[in-house]
Ligand binder design. Structure first.
Ligand code: ADP
Ligand code: MG
Length: 397
């Protein structure tokens, strides 16, 4: 039994509500939730005007909160090893290096910058079941959940798109991560039984039905997160900007292999390969959406493997642990129920996503877990996930 059972949203909500009572000696008036996400295909191109196809996971960051009339102070608590964070609404909101509260502070700053009035202070507790640093976007879950809380508390509902963009800016400005729009869009727009196909140039999300009980998405957390990942992400982003500039085009949309081949010598080998990933991954994502629509699972699986190869060889954001899991899935193959596999998320560790037949899922997970343990000595954490509901207000106006 290698597939771990996931807590239900009800359980995470109950944990947040009871943490709130323990911490503040009063019941919460507001309870909101926003999920992490997994990306099926389209990696590292959400900041290159590409297409990406994630879905919202059934694991959530839940905030329980209560307004404290007149006291213009917000107290955040996440329990565990995380220290409480206090913000005074009448003072500038400053990030503190490495502090978990930065995600919420950045979102708060975004609301204030829009002139949305927050008349009173409030207390809040976070309970999150999104694994941290596993490529499943625990950070976007916190941002989108907190933005949803502020919508409920202030009575000002932003559109999903505006909310997601505000959260992305929070991550840029307060957590210093120059991320694209995928994570926040998936968390805000996700729906049960739907993939979120995002056009990252138009900043539009289209819901693509994925109601296939016969298929299961396994997420295998390598439990490794390699050093330098932050610098690695920013460097990749910078390299894609250098490559685009060399093509002379205003956007990656419409850049072809012919365009990048024409400037290959100017780019040099490494930047050329980064550019090749952007062009081929964008095409793969659109092909994957088409394959899914036509029920061509073999094609979808092939595109997932190709995506992994490109991330490993051209974009160089994979690592040996991710490669072990993808190779194991591929080795098992279609006969044993595996459709496709690839690394998911920013890379340098984190998780892989394996699409398989539901009737084979347990055996596939067992095989991945065993192989991973033998090769790395680490127990992978393997979850089975279906596309789930995005951000929601559970309690409160
Ligand atoms: P990812 O988003 O891929 O999980 P990040 O490094 O972007 O990884 O975000 C992880 C950070 O989010 C943590 O270092 C912490 O600051 C914050 N975080 C995630 N989950 C929690 C939690 N349950 N409580 C407090 N902070 C959390
Ligand atoms: Mg993150």
């Amino acid at each position: 039994m290698s597939i771990v059972a996931l807590p239900s949203l009800r359980e995470t909500i109950a944990a947040a509500e009871s943490a709130f009572i323990d911490h503040f000696n009063a019941p919460a008036e507001f309870v909101v939730a926003a999920p992490g996400r997994v990306n099926l295909i389209g990696e590292h191109i959400d900041y290159c005007d590409g297409y990406v196809m994630p879905f919202a996971l059934p694991v959530y960051a839940v905030f329980a909160a209560a307004v404290v009339p007149g006291r213009r102070t917000i107290v955040f608590s996440a329990g565990g090893d995380f220290t409480d964070v206090e913000v005074n609404l009448d003072e500038p909101i400053e990030p503190v290096d490495g502090c978990w509260g930065n995600y919420a502070k950045g979102v708060l700053a975004g609301f204030l910058a829009r002139g949305i009035e927050i008349p009173d202070g409030f207390d809040l507790c976070l309970a999150s079941d999104v694994p941290l640093g596993a490529g499943l976007s625990s950070s976007a879950a916190i941002e989108v959940s907190f933005a949803t809380l502020l919508e409920a508390i202030t009575g000002t509902t932003l559109g999903k798109k505006e909310k997601a963009l505000l959260c992305q800016k929070a991550e840029h400005d307060y957590a210093n991560v120059p991320c694209g729009i995928m994570d926040q869009f998936a968390s805000a727009f996700g729906e049960e039984g739907k993939l979120v196909l995002i056009d990252c140039m138009k900043e539009e999300a289209e819901l693509v039905p994925f109601e296939r009980d016969d298929l299961t998405v396994l997420i295998s957390n390598t439990k490794v997160s390699h050093q330098l990942s932050d610098g690695g992400y920013a460097k990749r982003r910078h390299q894609t900007e250098v490559a685009l500039k060399a093509t002379g085009k205003p956007s990656w949309r419409g850049v072809t292999m012919t365009d990048i081949d024409a400037v290959q010598s100017e780019l040099g080998d490494e930047v050329y390969r980064r550019a090749r990933h952007v062009v081929t991954e964008t095409a793969r994502t659109l092909d994957a959406a088409k394959a899914l629509e036509n029920g061509e699972m073999e094609t979808l699986g092939k595109l997932m493997y190709e995506s992994h190869d490109s991330l490993r060889d051209d974009f160089e954001v994979s690592c040996s642990e991710l490669d072990v899991l993808v190779a194991a899935a591929k080795e098992l193959g279609a006969d044993k129920g595996v459709i496709g596999a690839r690394m998911t998320g920013g890379g340098f560790g984190g998780s892989t996503v394996t699409l398989c037949r539901t009737d084979a899922a347990e055996e596939v997970a067992n095989f991945l877990a065993e192989r991973y343990k033998v090769e790395t000595g680490i127990d992978a954490q393997i979850m089975a996930a279906r596309p789930s509901q995005g951000a929601l207000v559970y309690k409160g106006a």
